[in-house]
Design a protein around this ligand. Structure first.
Ligand SMILES: *Cc1c(COP(=O)(O)O)cnc(C)c1O
Length: 488
C-alpha cells in the first residue's frame, strides 16, 4: 500500500541478529523471568523486524510526517473550522495548578477552577446572547443532544409531550437530524429556497401544534446568513415551538450578532472549533450549551454558582436532565477557551469574524471565473463551490479536484456536503491564514480547473505525490486494517 519509492518498509530492512539496543546482559535468570509471565501470554514465535535504532526512528518519524494537520499546511475543510490556534493556550492548559486538579477535590480546594468555569460560562452567555451556559458536553453533537433533551423536558413539563416533530433545513449538518431522532423526535425536512436559505412559505406550512422545535444553523452550511431569522423565530414561538441554534461555527458572527438576540432559545458552541482547542486532532472537545431563562431549570447538574465569597457546585436541581458527561466536562478545553476569549477581548473577537468572513469572500471571488458558486452573492465564513461545470464538460468530479489539491500540499475542502449543491466543494479558509497562503490555494485551484479543461487525466488520477494514492474509502472505513501482519 505504501509507495515504496519513498522509503522501504521497516520489515524489508530487517536482518537477522541486528539489534537497536546495546544493553549489558540481563542479571535476572531467564527461567525466572519466564515464570513471572503467565504461560498463555508467552509466544514462541514473535516475528518482529530486527533493525538498528536509526531505522526504527526513521520509520516512526516518517509515519508521523504523513499526518496532515493545521501545523503542517492549509486545511480549508468547510463546516469544520480547522484553524491555527495559539500555542500559548496549550501552555496555559498545561499549568500544574490546572493540570493536576482532581475532579473529586472538595470545592473549597479548587475555587480557582470553579471561577474559571464560571467566568467562561458568563463570557459565552454574553457572546451568544444567552442567560446561562453548561460546559459539560464533550462535543458539538453532545451539545445538540443536551439542548434537545432540555427542549423535550420543557414541553413535557408544560404537558405538551405530544410535540414530537423537529423541523430541520435540508442544508443542516448531519448531527442535527441524528440528534432529533436520538431524543425521540421525528425530524422533518424544510427545503431551501432558490437563494439557499430556509423557504419560509414551506416552513410556515410545516409548523403546527405537534412541532417541538426547530434546529437551525445561522449562517447555514452554505455560508449564508438567514436574513429572515427574526421572522422564523417569531413564527415558531407563536406556535409554541422552541428555536435551537447550531452554533458550531461561531467564527462567522463572533462579536457581530448573537443567536439569543435573533430569537434562539438554546444553542451550542464548539469550543474545539471557534475557541482555541485544535479541532480534528482526535482529542477531547467541548460543546458548551447556552440557554435562555425558560430552559435554565433543565440544565445538566451540577451548575456552578457564585455567592459573596465563594464558588460552589449546585447539585440541587430537581428538573435537571441529569449529567451528560462525567464530572464537569473536558476541563483543559475550557481553560484554553477562556484564555483565548480573554486574550482577544471584545475587539479581538470581532476581528476574528471580520477576517474569517473577509478571507472566505476573497477566495470565493477569486475562484468565480473557474468554478460555479450556485448560492449567494457573498458569503459568511465559508462558501460552497460546485464542480458541476468540470463534471459536465470534462467528467472531472469534485472528488478528483479534492484529490488533486493534495499534490499542491493542501488539505482538500469538504466535498459532497451540503447535499443541496451538486458536486459540492465546501471551502472554509478561516481567519488565521495569510494572504500569501490564500493566493497559493486559489492559484492551485485555478490550475486544477485549467488541467480539467486541457488534461483531465492528470486530475482524475491524482494524487501523484502522496504516500498513498486512491483508497477504497468505504472499505477503509468499514474494515479498518491498521496492523501489519507477517506475510499478510
Ligand atoms: C462540527 C459541527 C457539528 C458537530 O460538532 P462535533 O463536535 O463534531 O460533534 C455540528 N454542526 C455543525 C454545523 C458543525 O460544523
Amino acid at each position: 500500500m505504501f509507495n515504496s519509492k519513498y522509503e522501504p518498509l521497516i520489515f524489508e530492512l530487517s536482518a537477522e541478529g541486528r539489534s537497536g539496543v546495546a544493553l549489558p546482559p540481563s542479571d535476572v535468570p531467564e527461567t525466572k523471568a519466564e515464570a513471572s509471565i503467565p504461560r498463555e501470554m508467552l509466544r514462541q514465535d514473535l516475528p518482529l523486524p530486527e533493525v538498528g535504532e536509526v531505522d526504527v526512528i526513521r520509520h516512526f518519524i516518517s509515519l508521523s510526517q504523513r499526518n496532515f494537520g493545521v501545523d503542517t499546511g492549509f486545511y480549508p475543510l468547510g463546516s469544520c473550522t480547522m484553524k491555527y490556534n495559539p500555542k500559548i493556550n496549550e501552555r496555559v492548559a498545561g499549568l500544574a495548578g490546572l493540570r493536576e486538579l482532581h475532579p473529586l477535590q472538595p470545592a473549597d480546594t479548587c475555587q480557582g477552577a470553579l471561577r474559571l468555569m464560571y467566568e467562561l460560562s458568563e463570557a459565552l452567555a454574553e457572546i451568544g446572547g444567552m442567560d446561562a451556559v453548561t460546559l459539560q458536553p464533550a462535543a458539538g453533537a453532545l451539545g445538540e443532544l443536551t439542548g434537545m433533551l432540555m427542549v423535550r423536558a420543557y414541553h413535557e413539563r408544560a404537558g405538551e409531550g405530544s410535540r414530537r416533530v423537529v423541523i430541520i433545513p435540508d442544508s443542516a449538518h448531519g448531527t442535527n437530524p441524528a440528534t432529533a431522532v436520538r431524543c425521540g423526535f421525528e425530524a422533518l425536512n424544510v427545503p431551501s429556497n432558490e437563494r439557499g436559505t430556509v423557504d419560509i412559505k414551506k416552513f410556515k406550512e410545516l409548523l403546527g401544534p405537534h412541532v417541538a422545535g426547530v434546529m437551525l444553523t445561522n449562517p447555514n452550511t452554505l455560508g449564508l446568513f438567514e436574513t429572515e431569522i427574526l421572522e422564523i423565530c417569531d413564527m415558531a414561538h407563536r406556535r409554541g415551538a422552541l428555536m435551537y441554534c447550531d452554533g458550531a461555527n461561531m467564527n462567522a458572527i463572533l462579536g457581530q450578532s448573537r443567536p439569543g438576540d435573533m430569537g434562539f432559545d438554546v444553542m451550542h458552541f464548539n469550543l474545539h472549533k471557534t475557541f482555541s482547542t485544535p479541532h480534528g486532532g482526535g482529542g477531547p472537545g467541548a460543546g458548551a450549551v447556552g440557554v435562555k431563562k425558560t430552559l435554565q431549570p433543565f440544565l445538566p447538574s451540577p451548575t456552578i454558582e457564585k455567592s459573596d465569597k465563594e464558588y460552589r457546585l449546585n447539585f440541587n436541581m430537581p428538573e435537571s436532565i441529569g449529567r451528560v458527561h462525567s464530572f464537569y466536562g473536558n476541563f483543559s478545553v475550557l481553560v484554553r477557551a477562556l484564555a483565548y476569549i480573554r486574550a482577544n477581548g471584545p475587539a479581538g473577537l470581532r476581528a476574528i469574524s471580520e477576517t474569517a468572513v473577509l478571507n472566505a469572500n476573497y477566495v470565493r471571488s477569486r475562484l468565480l471565473d473557474d468554478y460555479d458558486v450556485p448560492y449567494g452573492d457573498r458569503c459568511m465564513h465559508e462558501f460552497v463551490a460546485s464542480a458541476k461545470r468540470q463534471k459536465d464538460e470534462n467528467s472531472v468530479r469534485a472528488l478528483d479536484i479534492a484529490k488533486r489539491i493534495i499534490d499542491f500540499g493542501f488539505h482538500p475542502p469538504t466535498i459532497y456536503f451540503p447535499l443541496v449543491v451538486e458536486e459540492a466543494l465546501m471551502i472554509e479558509p478561516v481567519e488565521t491564514e495569510s494572504l500569501q497562503t490564500l493566493d497559493a490555494f486559489v492559484d492551485a485551484m485555478r490550475q486544477i480547473a485549467q488541467e480539467a479543461r486541457e488534461d483531465p487525466e492528470i486530475v482524475k488520477t491524482a494524487p501523484h505525490n502522496a504516500p498513498v494514492t486512491r483508497l477504497d474509502e468505504a472499505l477503509a472505513a468499514r474494515r479498518l486494517d491498521v496492523k501489519w501482519t507477517p506475510g499478510g
